[in-house]
Design a protein around this ligand. Structure first.
Ligand code: ADP
Ligand code: MG
Length: 246
């Protein structure tokens, strides 16, 4: 199946506040799609809708062939196929790095411990954290914790990875190591939907840029270079002006 995420005419509001207005978006296997847009325009809400963390008012969302509908059992299947990494890493403070990583594989996927530990160690090596497996979260930097959170998503073998401003809470010197990890994933063919304010990274990693503003997709293009060099809409122009990037 080529289309891993299919969103048709999605509408979402909180009380009187319309947050997403007729969103249509398709993400194909192996694509890296980057969503950018001003704070409060609905990016996080959109990602949360994709794995059923929010109810929707109308429209359809299909993920890996399953209809997302918070009242159905399909959600359980979808959450197994969608890995999500947030701005805050939410590691369990009283569990070591490796225990945090293997928790879901053991509980949700019923994998055996030896097998899950072996894979956790391999994944930690890939993100440069081989020596940290027995550390507790408080002993790690923000960038290291965020890489653990990424490993925790990867070990579930998701079909799609969603990233919501994963570097936003990090000190500047930690940002690079996390973005580097995401670039590696992209190079290796992962399907990714990324919300970020790191414009140089967006430009480097994206197959397609989706620009959100006030709950609308204002611009969407596979010509990433053209988008950053000469966006078509005034709204995108004004948004990009607020960033300096190389
Ligand atoms: P972004 O991620 O682009 O900054 P959000 O999706 O977080 O934007 O928020 C979009 C809008 O929805 C904002 O106006 C925000 O205040 C509102 N919003 C988000 N979550 C909730 C919620 N749980 N209840 C009510 N309003 C919310
Ligand atoms: Mg957000």
């Amino acid at each position: 199946m080529n289309e891993l995420i299919k969103v048709d005419h999605l509408h979402k509001s909180y009380d009187q506040n319309t947050v997403l207005r007729d969103i249509n978006l398709t993400i194909n296997k192996g694509e890296v799609v980057v969503i950018i847009g001003p704070s409060g325009c609905g990016k996080s809400t959109f990602l949360r809708c994709l794995n059923g963390l929010e109810t929707i008012d109308s429209g359809h969302i299909e993920v890996c062939g399953h209809e997302v509908n918070t009242t159905s059992k399909e959600i359980y299947k979808i959450r197994q196929k969608v890995g999500m990494v947030f701005q805050s890493y939410d590691l369990f403070p009283h569990k070591t790095v490796i225990e945090n990583i293997i928790l879901a594989p053991l509980k949700v996927q019923k994998r055996n411990r030896a097998d899950a530990e072996k894979e956790a160690i391999e994944l930690l090596a890939k993100v440069g954290l081989s020596d940290k497996k027995d550390y507790y979260p408080r002993q790690l930097s923000g960038g290291q914790k965020q890489r653990v959170a990424i490993v925790r998503a990867l070990i579930m073998h998701p079909d799609v990875l969603l990233f919501d401003e994963v570097t936003a809470a990090l000190d500047p010197e930690m940002v690079h190591e996390v973005l580097q990890t995401m670039l590696e994933l992209a190079k290796n063919g992962s399907t990714m939907l990324i919300v970020t304010h790191e414009m140089a990274f967006a430009r480097a990693v994206a197959d397609r840029i989706v620009f959100f503003d006030k709950g609308d997709i204002v611009e969407e293009t596979g010509d990433v270079k053209a988008f950053f060099d000469a966006p078509k809409t005034e709204r995108a122009k004004n948004f990009l002006k607020t960033f300096t990037y190389d």
